[in-house]
Ligand binder design. Structure first.
Ligand SMILES: [Zn+2]
Length: 305
């Protein structure tokens, strides 16, 4: 059993402003903690490839993808919404962020009992089929899932999103896809203020009150989610792994701890072991307070070992 970390130097080479919470120092903090925990010495690390436009079209409208390449200024930046910037280096990084997910799917499908974690930015789960949103240009996890459906003819893919924010983009892309089951837990009411009720059999939502504790969160997983996840018998388990529901992360008001992320890693690894030959891919979404982000990623990976 192994976990391979996919990333790329390009993901560190853009900046969206000094006061913006989404910064390269997030990835540096995780790398530091992988080293100091000793995990870096037992996990393999690989560079992800860049996604092609055809890869992006798997989950996004062609016109939307093409418009980003047309709109991107050679120097400086434009704003796509109130908090989503577009600049040339960021667009380049976004190709490696999405492409790392594709590289990770190829890695998983080569053999049983493989796990991967994509340590990438920009994140992806707010990007809709035809719109950038919430720091995200391309929906990395959705592109990885769509690639697995297309390239490997996987019939049942489970996507789990435990970021503090709802994965509105992933819902938008897969709401009419019967081969994908999307479980998203999120603080409610909160950004991106989507409908907390599931309107499609493919989408299972768990809106949570601000202040939700790890104990209550785990109980709801055990009572409501895990039985449904097992029932679905996923051939592949993909995770939008955001760590901003941590009690020390001021982006949200939930109260998960490092140990809760260890538990989530354990549960997801057990689910994958039972149904998907151990195949589990996680992609970094949010998590903005450096120390808890880095510690939680390490605990989440340790839970899978
Ligand atoms: Zn988030």
């Amino acid at each position: 059993m192994s976990i391979c970390i996919f990333s790329h130097g390009r993901c560190l080479q853009y900046d969206v402003g000094h006061d913006h919470p989404e910064s390269a120092s997030r990835l540096h903090a995780v790398q530091d903690q992988l080293l100091s925990s000793g995990l870096a010495y037992v996990l393999e690390q690989r560079d992800g490839n860049a996604a092609s436009r055809d890869d992006l079209y798997l989950a996004h409208d062609r016109a939307y993808v093409d418009s980003l390449f047309e709109l991107v200024p050679e120097h400086g930046h434009i704003w796509l919404d109130d908090d989503t910037q577009l600049n040339a280096k960021m667009l380049r990084a976004a190709l490696y962020s999405a492409g790392s997910g594709i590289s990770a799917i190829d890695y998983l499908m080569q053999d049983a009992d493989r796990k991967a974690f994509c340590l990438v930015r920009p994140p992806g789960h707010h990007a809709e089929r035809a719109a950038a949103k919430g720091f995200c240009l391309f929906n990395n996890i959705a592109i990885a899932a769509a690639y697995a459906l297309e390239r490997y003819k996987v019939q049942r893919i489970l996507i789990v999103d435990f970021d503090v924010h709802h994965g509105n983009g992933t819902e938008d892309i897969f709401q009419r896809e019967a081969r994908v089951r999307f479980f998203s837990s999120f603080q409610h009411p909160y950004y991106p203020y989507t409908d907390p009720i599931s309107r499609s059999g493919s989408i299972i939502k768990m809106p949570l009150d601000a202040g939700t504790s790890g104990a209550l969160y785990r109980q709801r997983w055990l009572d409501e989610w895990l039985p449904l996840m097992h029932q679905f018998q996923p051939e592949l388990v993909l995770v939008s792994a955001g760590f901003d529901a941590h009690i020390e992360d001021e982006m949200g008001q939930m109260k998960l701890t490092d140990q809760d992320y260890f538990w989530l890693g354990q549960q997801l690894a057990q689910l994958a072991a039972r149904h998907s030959q151990g195949r589990l891919l996680s992609m970094l979404e949010g998590g903005y307070e450096h120390s808890p982000l880095a510690r939680s990623v390490v605990q989440y990976l340790k839970g899978q070992l």
